[in-house]
Structure formats: C-alpha cells, structure tokens
Design a protein around this ligand. Structure first.
Ligand code: SAH
Length: 346
C-alpha cells in the first residue's frame, strides 16, 4: 500500500485524517505546524507527539521533501534551484530579490502539456502533476537555502497551474495558513496560458490572489501560432472569461505579453492589443522573449519594446516592461531542467 503524502494535506484534510485515526483534534494543529512552520522532515522530530502516534505516522504517511540538486546564483541576486523529487524527476524554482521582499517562482507540474512554442518547459511534454506538498516545499527550500524570509510567490515556473487545479488550490491553502508560513493571497500571483473553464472555477473561489493571463498576441491567428491552447480557447472566449473573472472577484487581471521580433511587436499589433483590452483596467507586462533552444523566436530589441509600451500607454492601456532578472543563469522557465536532462547533470 502506498503511503499517504501528509505534507499535501490542507488543515481541514489533516483535521479529518486525525479524527479518522481517533486522535484528539489538537494533534492536527501540532502536525501541521511541524510540517509547514518548523520544517520537520521526519516524524521522530515531532517531539510533542506520543511515541505510538509517531510509529503509526511513520508506517502510513510520507513527508514530501525536495532535494537541492543544483544551485545557480546570478549577479543580480536571483537564485535558481534544480530540485529533485522522490521519484527521480526534477523541477526548477527561482528566488528573486525585489525591494519589497523575496519572491519565489514555483513550478506546478513536471513538464507541461500546453505546447507554447517559445517555452522550454513544454518541450518534453508533461510527466506528472506536482502535489500540494511538493509545491509548498519549493518555497520552504528557497527560504532555507537563502536563510531569508519569502514574502511573495508567483506560480510562473514549469507547468500550467490551472491544469493541476486541485493540487494548486490545496497548495494555496497550505501556504497562506497562519499556522504555516502565512504568505497572504495578496502576495501571490498565478499565471495561466488561458484555460477558460478553469478561470471560471478559480473566480468562484474568491481567493484574492492576482491572476496573470499569458496573452502574447491580440489576434487569433498570431496567438495560435505561438500557443496551441488558443485553438481550444480563442480570444473571443478568453477575453470574456477575463472580464467575468474581474467582475466576479473585483480583482484586476494582468496580462503577460512576451515580445517576439517580427511576430507580435508591430505598431499595428499594439493598436489591436489596446482595442482588445481597453476599458478593463488591466495591466500589461511586456517582456522580451527569452530565446530557448529549439525555438525559432528572437527577442524584440529594447527600443522597440519601449515604443510598443508608449503606444499602449498613449492608447489608454497601463503597460510596464518587466525587469529581466537572472538572464546570466538561464532563469527562464524550464531551461535548467532541459539542460540537466540533456547533460545528465541531475
Ligand atoms: N503556464 C503558465 C505559467 C508558466 S510560464 C502560463 O502559461 O502563464 C510563466 C510566463 O512565462 C508565461 O507568461 C509564459 O508565456 C512566459 N514564458 C515562457 N517561456 C518564455 C520565454 N522563453 N520567454 C519569455 N516568456 C516566456
């Protein structure tokens, strides 16, 4: 019989589990705190639990922890970790230092099945979903490696978070708990390539996080050429879903727009983008594409990115250029994992 991944249980699930075992309710709070605040990696460290309970937990449950396989440190303070999972797979986690605090960019799946043409994470397809406990341990590992507090999380690493909906929801519950590391939803962003039905499901949760939508193009033909997901959920479905999300949650969406030379960076395209999203109060994050092996795309140069930004602003759309961190350590999604797979590094 396979063991129960206890680190993936939300407070409610853990409470139910403790009850099923006939233990008093306060044991759930103790275990949760050992796992998510005190970083226990074995049950015998839980010194305030009775010996019999520890023995039973050891027999039936597993604590999911990641191993640090490789660390890369950028000159700008960004740190990137290649992390090993218990089944031998690996993922990437990035810690970025901003003035407002440390942000950890977490992976949500091993690989990805969305197929975006510019993205390294999707090149080998999706291997499996990460569990809630594994995603949480990405945050704990980054905090432990730096010895610093993590204040913000972005779900922008390997994988499509809304393609692993239930585990990601459990992760959000665990990570925002005041019995754990207590990172508030206001400090969490979730990025999606645009899985329309899941955007609706997310809206119903009223979580108060920031939703980022990877838009990258304002016309279907262009978007489909970059992102196959657009064939299933084209702009005439995606944009109304974004508007509905804003209406339902009262939270503004931000759009990611990766700029590819000669593909989505012309003045005509800027005008189309502005008319597509004008009036939503949405924010556009412009980022020159980070060229990856096996992708035909190259980045728009800085002057043209600024021109595109100014044009959007003149047309009444709020746009910023994302500062690029960690370019010297190939910190864009999935690149380190691909390198390690090819080089047999981990
Ligand atoms: N699957 C989610 C989150 C992971 S990717 C999503 O698609 O939103 C996080 C962001 O990085 C997305 O906007 C994605 O489109 C973008 N991205 C991926 N590879 C990139 C690259 N090589 N250069 C620039 N942006 C990239």
């Amino acid at each position: 019989m396979s063991k129960t991944p206890i680190t993936s249980m939300t407070e409610e699930q853990l409470a139910a589990f403790v009850k099923e075992n006939g233990w008093p309710a306060f044991r759930a709070r103790q275990i949760f705190s050992w796992l998510h605040a005190k970083g226990a990696n074995s049950f015998d460290q839980m010194t305030d639990l009775p010996k019999t309970m520890i023995a039973q937990l050891e027999e039936t449950c597993v604590i999911e922890r990641l191993t640090v396989e490789r660390v890369q440190k950028s000159k700008d303070g960004t740190e990137k970790y290649l992390l090993g999972l218990a089944d031998g797979n690996c993922i990437e986690t990035v810690l970025m230092r901003y003035e407002y605090g440390n942000t950890v960019c977490v992976s949500s799946q091993v690989g990805c099945r969305m197929g975006c043409r510019f993205c390294a994470s999707t090149q080998g397809g999706r291997v499996r979903n990460l569990t809630a406990g594994e995603i949480a341990d990405e945050v704990y590992t980054a905090a432990r490696e730096t010895g610093e507090r993590v204040s913000h999380i972005v779900l922008m690493g390997i994988g499509e978070p809304l393609d692993n909906f239930d585990n990601v929801m459990d992760f959000l519950s665990i990570i925002s708990s005041d019995k754990g590391v207590n990172i508030g939803m206001r400090n969490i962003s979730l990025s999606t390539c645009g899985l329309v039905p899941m955007i609706g499901k997310l809206a119903e949760r009223h979580l108060g996080l920031t939703l980022s939508v990877s838009l990258h193009a304002p016309v279907n033909e262009m978007r489909s050429s970059m992102m196959p997901v657009n064939d299933a959920y084209p702009l005439e479905k995606l944009i109304p879903a974004c508007r509905a999300y804003q209406k339902e949650t009262g939270r503004r969406i931000s759009f990611e727009y990766s700029m590819v030379r000669g593909v989505n960076d012309s003045p005509q395209t800027a005008a189309k983008l502005a008319s597509l999203i004008r009036g939503m109060g949405a924010h556009v994050n412009l980022i020159p594409i980070n060229p990856v092996d096996g992708s035909p795309y190259s980045a728009t140069d800085a002057a043209n990115v600024r021109r595109f930004q100014k044009q959007l602003q003149d047309l009444g759309v709020n746009a910023t250029v994302r500062r690029r961190l960690g370019t010297d350590i190939s910190a864009a999604c999935g690149q380190l994992r691909r390198e390690a797979q090819k080089g047999g590094g981990a």
